[in-house]
Write a protein of this length. Sequence first.
Lengths: 197, 197, 197, 197
Amino acid sequence: MPKVGMQPIRRQQLIEATLQAVDQVGMADASIALIARLAGVSNGIISHYFKDKNGLIAATMRYLMNALIDNVTERRQALSDDSPRAHLQVIVEGNFDASQVNGPAMKTWLAFWAASMHQPSLHRLQRINDHRLYSNLCCQFRRVLPQAQARNAARGLAALIDGLWLRGALSGDGFDTDQAQRICYEYMDLQLAKQVS
Amino acid sequence: MPKVGMQPIRRQQLIEATLQAVDQVGMADASIALIARLAGVSNGIISHYFKDKNGLIAATMRYLMNALIDNVTERRQALSDDSPRAHLQVIVEGNFDASQVNGPAMKTWLAFWAASMHQPSLHRLQRINDHRLYSNLCCQFRRVLPQAQARNAARGLAALIDGLWLRGALSGDGFDTDQAQRICYEYMDLQLAKQVS
Amino acid sequence: MPKVGMQPIRRQQLIEATLQAVDQVGMADASIALIARLAGVSNGIISHYFKDKNGLIAATMRYLMNALIDNVTERRQALSDDSPRAHLQVIVEGNFDASQVNGPAMKTWLAFWAASMHQPSLHRLQRINDHRLYSNLCCQFRRVLPQAQARNAARGLAALIDGLWLRGALSGDGFDTDQAQRICYEYMDLQLAKQVS
Amino acid sequence: MPKVGMQPIRRQQLIEATLQAVDQVGMADASIALIARLAGVSNGIISHYFKDKNGLIAATMRYLMNALIDNVTERRQALSDDSPRAHLQVIVEGNFDASQVNGPAMKTWLAFWAASMHQPSLHRLQRINDHRLYSNLCCQFRRVLPQAQARNAARGLAALIDGLWLRGALSGDGFDTDQAQRICYEYMDLQLAKQVS
DNA sequence: GATGAATGAGTGTTCATTCAT
DNA sequence: CATGAATGAACACTCATTCAT
């Protein structure tokens, strides 16, 4: 019983099944058959919507990236305070949002990163993502710091965010969001304190 | 040409071939056949020395970890200055040593991390490694800071090291060791400056 | 040429190819590749229909067992005489039917028996089969003999049938059905003659 | 430390290890490596004493056959009564001796039989064995029965012995020696009773 | 649009055998 | 005599992909 307009629904369905599969068995064992089973569809449908497996993987990575972007964007729009500090806080919070520090998301990000080392298409996506974080941070620091210092601060804070995230992901225990944010805020404030009055 | 006492030689040979393979094609495509070919031996020899592929992977991970440990240990022994700052510097330098920030090593570490999310044996190794860095840092900070602050500083610096390393690895460009060390030293000094005189 | 509803056809096809392979080279050398080649299909199809090789082996054993059951059932239905002797004769005849004493079937049964000593799933099937023969015989003897004697006679006749079958199979020569049946009938009649008038 | 006269010791050692291996994991999984480990020797030694694996298998089969022969011979020599009935009893007892109805022996015999269907060298051994039982039985029956009847009785008793043995082996439970012997004796006596006085 | 039958190359692994020591 | 290092072919099995229906 074919229906019209199934495309977006099926695509979403399959992307979510991919995340579920990676969470359950890891990317190496997330076969098309498993993903299709989790999505409740047949094997063959995947090539129909995403040319091949790589297409599905790339689409899933884009989906995760957009979730992060949307998350930060929403928080920023809800912001009344326009200070650099408030904006930086929003970025930090967005990166430690529950949508990013749960099991499936962390496992999938890690798997993507590892895969991106050998897949140009994933690598491109990954670089865009990395650059966005740095760029957003740098932009805010620049409002109160000279360029060189702003860049330095942005590099440091970006690394701190990713490092805390990474160590949290690898630990296997629950992610301690409060602690991570506290460490980031402290770094942020130390950098902002350098501003010439 | 079978000879006796080949075990350590062959094991080393195969571990290096594994690193080479992961560097060239990624862990997902680093097949036993490829590794054996790179090592110039037959497929079957791998199960002779490392029960199965997982055994080889785990041995390779242990090899990389030991390289890091030895690296830091050597630097520490060459140290004349016994100050906490000097020790912390050594740890930072060791983690950004050329043996850790080259292509093959970074790709392999990333692949290990991703795999460790679903392989208990690798996960155990990974946790030990993570904990060592934190523990070493904490130990030095503790010499000048109260425990709570020392822990906080260690967590931050560990995350900063890993984050800089990660972002460097993912960037695909050469690793800017000087910049990474500068950012770490700055964080380190800001934390050490908290000490009550 | 993929078609829908191929399952029963392919399963039958593969089971027959398995019998053929065991006949030709023995169970130890009846590889998936050989069976697939004999069936004229690809290797992979086997796991599609029977999870793995064990699944195919078990299905083949069930197929042979059902052939024996159907054989006896058909003969019994064609029976006008309802006497115990007639029923016993039918069981004996069924067990020495051409479908059971030809080369492929005998080789396969022997291989199954040997394998059943170390494969619980096959062992279960085998026990069911063994028990059915005994049970059927016992049931008929019971109609004219006291229970203890009936059981004894059933055990003896079952062993005689299996033993004649086994020695015939192992001899490698053609099976002498008439001789086997004569020996069984004689034993049967000696046992039935014990009935109290 | 090479020693002289090790040959018979090593051969015996390896044959026993083979029986042990077949008992533990079945003939299909009784690899040279396992047998060598069970015997406490190196892999390579096997080809030294038995050309190849088939040689070891055949030697093991011969060993088992000789054990059966010796068993019957010993019992016969201890016999005071020279009647056909006594001799037949000895043959029956020998075939149900503890050395033949224990797990390892039964598993190995079954495996040999199955293998003999496709290995001419094993098949030859097997035929000799089968014929000896028939021949021995026939010889005794002939002392009191006409040839045709003697042959018939021998065929029946041989089949009964093998059938009881087989069903006992396949059942997986302990072998009920008494019951098996009782059934054989009864058959034996019924046949002997046919003699013309 | 959707299915699932079918493929076949590729995987990790096992194993009998050989042979330098 | 005996070892065990080394081979390489064979194995069962997996899986992304294709395509007739």
